[in-house]
Design a binder for this molecule. Sequence first.
Ligand SMILES: Cc1cc2nc3c(=O)[nH]c(=O)nc-3n(C[C@H](O)[C@H](O)[C@H](O)COP(=O)(O)OP(=O)(O)OC[C@H]3O[C@@H](n4cnc5c(N)ncnc54)[C@H](O)[C@@H]3O)c2cc1C
Length: 540
Amino acid sequence: MANAYDAVVIGGGHNGLISGGLFAKAGARTVVLEARDKTGGAADTSAPWSEHPDFRVTTYSYVMSLMPPTIIKELQLERHGYKVTPFGPYYQAFPDGRSIKVYADDAKKNFESISQFSKKDAETMPTWDAWLSGVADVMGPLLLHVPPKVGSMKPSDLLEQLRVVWSARGLGVRGVGDVTRLFTMSVTDLLDDWFESDEIKAMLTINGVIGTWAGPDSPGTAYVMLHHSIGDVGDGHLGSWGYQEGGMGGVSDACRRAAESFGAEIRTGARVARILVRGGRAVGVALDSGEEIRAPVVVTTIHPQIAFLRLLAPNELPADFVRDIENWRTRSGVVKINLAISELPDFIADPGKELQDHHTGSVELCFSPQYAEEAFQDAHLFRKGAERPFVDGVIPTTLDKTLMPEGVHNFSMFTQWVPDDWAEEPHRDELEQYADRVIDLYDSLAPNFKASVIARQVLGPYDLEQELGLIGGNIFHGELSVDQLFHMRPAPGYADYRTPIRGLYHGSSATHAGGGVCGIPGWQAFRQAKRDRMLAKRAQ
Ligand SMILES: Cc1cc2nc3c(=O)[nH]c(=O)nc-3n(C[C@H](O)[C@H](O)[C@H](O)COP(=O)(O)OP(=O)(O)OC[C@H]3O[C@@H](n4cnc5c(N)ncnc54)[C@H](O)[C@@H]3O)c2cc1C
């Protein structure tokens, strides 16, 4: 049968491509179905301006950190173009003409930079780094664990629960206390326990609120800070991030090429309209066009509210699972601003338009935890775009010459917040005004900035939902709040990449370790399907 496969993967984001590649590598006849006319999902490079067809930007996600070497090796991604360069220092310029630069590997420079704001904080920083690194050493590997069914008394589930507890044995009593703090505290409170200077706290605050519909004063944001501090790009530095050559689309392209090299078929313009179920088992999918594709294994890597609430009928799923997915929280109020600029920012604090260290890392806009909290409250309480948004900014073209023509740079700005319900309407004019404010704020720190902007693209929650199917504009397919992590992601009892339907697996960012371009969900969904198949064969 032409339309019969061993495995069908819904969604051609990086997770779908990774999952599809692994099935194909294992010898399964595999097809990956992507609704858009291109693969990559939120890991994308594009040329958004028709008047500048040679200007390319990293459209949505912008930096790599969390992809485990195991996945890179299994799919031979480096052979297919995966190439990440660790980026430069954290950089924040302040209105008073000072700036902070913090490097991944230069304790002496960091001490000098931080001392300008607080000698005590400069002395504390190595202890903080060691503390965080100790927790991350234990928590990091948990990202590769299949979450157990917590509460289940089945012997096999009890064994899995014990395994997780055992793997965290390195924490000790104090470590468990630290983890409890990280899971329950606000990043503001946690940082107050360690540091005194607002400027230093600002630097550490940003990681606690990336992609989160919560300000730094909200409990649970300390964990988000840890999540974004775990990865390394293979250079051994905790929490260091890097640029993929050719923008984040380069990661997905590498995943796609790898999948195709193993024989996977990748179809674009193929929107799945239904997951086909017979007798409680997935048997394939139907496309928008009416075409049916049959396979005994179906992997969804799209937002769970689309997969489980739109592509399946409620009576095909247990009622409590449907309720959990309906209640899945998926807001974030993120606005991505992509700029083409004709010269690098000439900061008052660090003059010069020529390429310097501080242009090559994160070029931030967040003066204090209070600054970020006010940005959240503008959106949350006052229901307007932040007056002073915070920005996690990068200029990848400082280290990657492949994106833009000589002399032009891409300033990629990840910003927050606008109201979460802006996912329902485009709010174009307000978004443009919001982007104006961001540009003005940078201009106040680097007075050549505004005039250097050649072109801009402003993408709000509505665009993220319409273009990528990120419901509510949440960048991770669902909030990384403590109640939506580990054994709860996306629902208790179904965090093991399986679903209530036999043969249907879930490998989107809404599963454990998801949230980020790490490929773990797609990898795990494949592994679970393979395990089930082996068990079924053994039982025959
Ligand atoms: C603005 C932004 C900035 C981010 N920044 C970073 C960052 O710097 N670093 C980082 O690690 N992570 C970042 N993230 C998060 C990260 O990009 C995502 O978590 C990750 O890319 C999701 O990958 P995925 O494969 O699970 O899903 P997606 O990338 O969302 O892919 C899902 C795919 O499924 C397709 N699809 C949807 N419905 C259907 C259907 N019915 N049929 C067929 N196909 C369908 C979609 O078109 C899409 O291509 C960011 C995300 C955004 C949006």
